[in-house]
Design a protein around this ligand. Structure first.
Ligand code: FES
Length: 179
């Protein structure tokens, strides 16, 4: 299993390198593609890039840690982000976070469920203050959430996962709705 993951990391990383003709100037684009694939940047991947581009490791790791869009920590299949910008905060976004943290049974400080399905994070203003409070799961935006509505969305995902219906891309559009 570990070997399979390493092989996949190698393949994805090599593809990103080839797609960008091994150009150092396209390092960020390469990292974006790898992050998109794994939801984080595996260390093996950064090592392969360092060697292939013949740059010092701190250069690659420096870029990977500088930009907030990149993560060096593994993320769950579903990245659940609760906006905690001012508009969302005053509309009780913290309560949404707390209710999901409880639903996921996350230990203090843990962000990802032990089964690797869900990662729960807060995020700064998403630029959608008019529909606050906002929750985003992967690329899907959920407007005007309440703790109950957010729990329903997550419950739907959990049930569909149990039934093996989801691929991580097709998510419920609104709280608890199937379409
Ligand atoms: S504060 Fe949440 S979208 Fe702006």
């Amino acid at each position: 299993m570990v070997l399979e993951l390493q092989d996949t990391v190698q393949v994805v990383t090599n593809k990103a390198l080839e797609r960008h003709n091994y150009k150092r100037s396209e390092l960020i684009a390469m990292l974006q593609e790898i992050q998109e694939e794994f939801h984080y940047l595996p260390a093996e991947s950064l090592d392969v890039i360092t060697e292939a581009l013949e740059v010092p490791a701190p250069t690659v790791y420096g870029v990977a840690t500088f930009y907030a869009q990149f993560s060096l920590e593994p993320k769950g299949k579903y990245l659940v982000r609760i906006c905690d910008g001012t508009a969302c905060h005053v509309k009780n976004s913290a309560k949404i976070y707390d209710s999901l943290s409880k639903k996921f049974n996350l230990e203090t400080g843990a962000l990802t469920t032990p089964d690797g399905l869900f990662t729960l994070e807060t995020v700064a203003c998403l630029g959608a203050c008019g529909i606050a409070p906002v929750m985003v799961i992967n690329e899907t935006v959920y407007p005007q959430m309440s703790p109950e509505a957010a729990e329903m969305v997550v419950q739907t995902l959990m049930e569909r996962e149990k039934e093996g219906e989801l691929d991580g891309e097709t998510l419920p559009k609104e709280s608890g709705n199937e379409n």
